[in-house]
Write a protein that binds this ligand. Structure first.
Ligand code: PLP
Length: 400
């Protein structure tokens, strides 16, 4: 039987039509987009069309606001560094405790090596931001606020448009890591005060190693990667043309399929989640259930080990994740769930299911058949399960 892939927040399958559009740009149209001759011109035109597709997907005001990068990590690093280097007299960063490592590791590095002051906003048990604390932290020294649009582990959505307004009122720039939001939520940057936004191709059925940073017209920018004058001097290095073409096509497909696919995916996710919760006791759904990405479900199975669950799921032909991709394989509990105060009994046994437009109803049926057997078998083997009282019983009623 074909394995079932429910790890789309880690990466998605590149759409075959994306691959088809990329192929000619390896050997037929191989010219350098910066070359003036007949080999370069058609390539430059295709890069421009891809930029316009992204502009359209994001509701950006101009194609020049899109800078191609190597992915979400580079976009996040670039946005933060640029703000520090362009905001005279402002040298502090505000972010959250639940960002992806692409932000947290970079600001941690700036703290250590440059003595930059970084403020971390806490979240509550549902992963919602402490907005009052955020307002108190903003001040005349804030250079940039970097807050994700949606969390990769729980899917919890942050009110970035409102947060950007507040940042502006304090004279600070606002960046959002929208790597998980693009393609899963409606985005219209023209109608917001967001200054910079990061996205990544491989999360929306595009290729890996390509992404973009949106930089609002008029926002001062200094590059992270210095070299040639590519991307209007905002990102040195010969463009990854096949990747750019692939990202452009992925943006077109995403824009076309947005409405119908997301409603269908949300229904499948809800059926999966409800089926699991109803059939298997002592599990906790993590995140803000009223305000989540439509494709993500993060479920903690009490007193079990996430890696053991995933290994058994893998044997049954189901791929999911125990946390964010970069922490998979390590047994460290998720920093996101720790920040939310998830009880110790539930911190280790977490499975993140993330669906995509390719997920089918039959696949969800198969997962619902397998999960109770897997969890009940593991619980039968778990000493913790038979000897420890539940810590989630009280919480569960408020979550599920
Ligand atoms: N930000 C978030 C929220 C992510 O989920 C990821 C990838 O997992 C990244 C950034 C990093 O993106 P990339 O893999 O394109 O560098």
């Amino acid at each position: 039987m074909r394995p079932i892939y429910l790890d789309n927040n880690a990466t998605t399958r590149t759409d075959p039509s994306v691959v088809a559009d990329m192929l000619p740009y390896f050997s037929e149209f191989f010219g350098n987009a910066s070359s003036q001759h007949s080999f370069g011109a058609p390539v430059a035109a295709a890069v421009r069309a891809a930029r316009q597709s992204l502009q359209n997907l994001l509701g950006a005001a101009a194609e020049s606001e899109i800078v191609f990068t190597s992915g979400g990590t580079e976009s996040d690093n670039s946005a933060i560094l640029s703000a520090l280097e362009t905001q005279d007299g402002r040298d502090e960063i505000i972010t959250t405790t639940v960002e992806h490592a692409a932000v947290l590791a970079f600001v941690g590095h700036l703290e250590k090596t440059r003595g930059i002051k970084v403020h971390y906003i806490d979240v509550d048990a549902r992963g919602r931001l402490d907005i009052e604390a955020y307002k108190r932290l903003l001040g005349p020294r804030t250079a940039i606020v970097s807050i994700m649009w949606a969390n990769n582990e729980t899917g919890t959505i942050f009110p970035v448009s409102e947060l950007a307004e507040v940042a502006h009122a304090a004279g600070a720039l606002f960046h959002t890591d929208a790597v998980q939001a693009v393609g899963k939520l409606p985005i219209d940057l023209k109608s917001t005060r967001i200054d910079m936004l990061s996205l990544s191709g491989h999360k929306l059925h595009g290729p890996k190693g390509i992404g973009a940073l949106y930089v609002r017209k008029g926002v001062k920018f200094k590059p992270l990667i210095r070299g040639g004058h590519q991307e209007r001097g905002r990102r040195g290095g010969t463009e990854n043309v096949p990747g750019i073409i692939g990202l452009g096509k992925a943006a077109v497909l995403t824009a076309e399929r947005f409405q119908e696919e997301l409603g269908r995916v949300r229904k499948l996710r809800d059926r999966l989640e409800q089926g699991i919760v109803q059939q298997i006791g002592h599990c906790l759904v993590n995140g803000d259930l009223d305000n989540r990405l439509p494709n993500t479900s993060n479920i903690a199975f009490e007193h079990l080990d996430g890696e053991a669950i995933l290994t058994n799921m893998d044997r049954a032909g189901i791929a999911a994740s125990s946390g964010s991709a970069c922490t998979a394989g390590s047994t460290m509990p998720s920093h996101v769930l720790k920040a939310m105060g998830v009880p110790a009994s539930a911190l280790q046994g977490v499975v993140r299911f993330s669906l995509s437009r390719e997920t089918t109803s039959e696949e969800i049926d198969r997962v619902l058949e397998s999960m109770p057997q897997i969890i009940l078998k593991l619980r039968g083997m778990s000493a913790h399960w038979t000897h420890q009282p539940s810590q989630t019983d009280e919480l569960a009623s408020s979550f599920v």
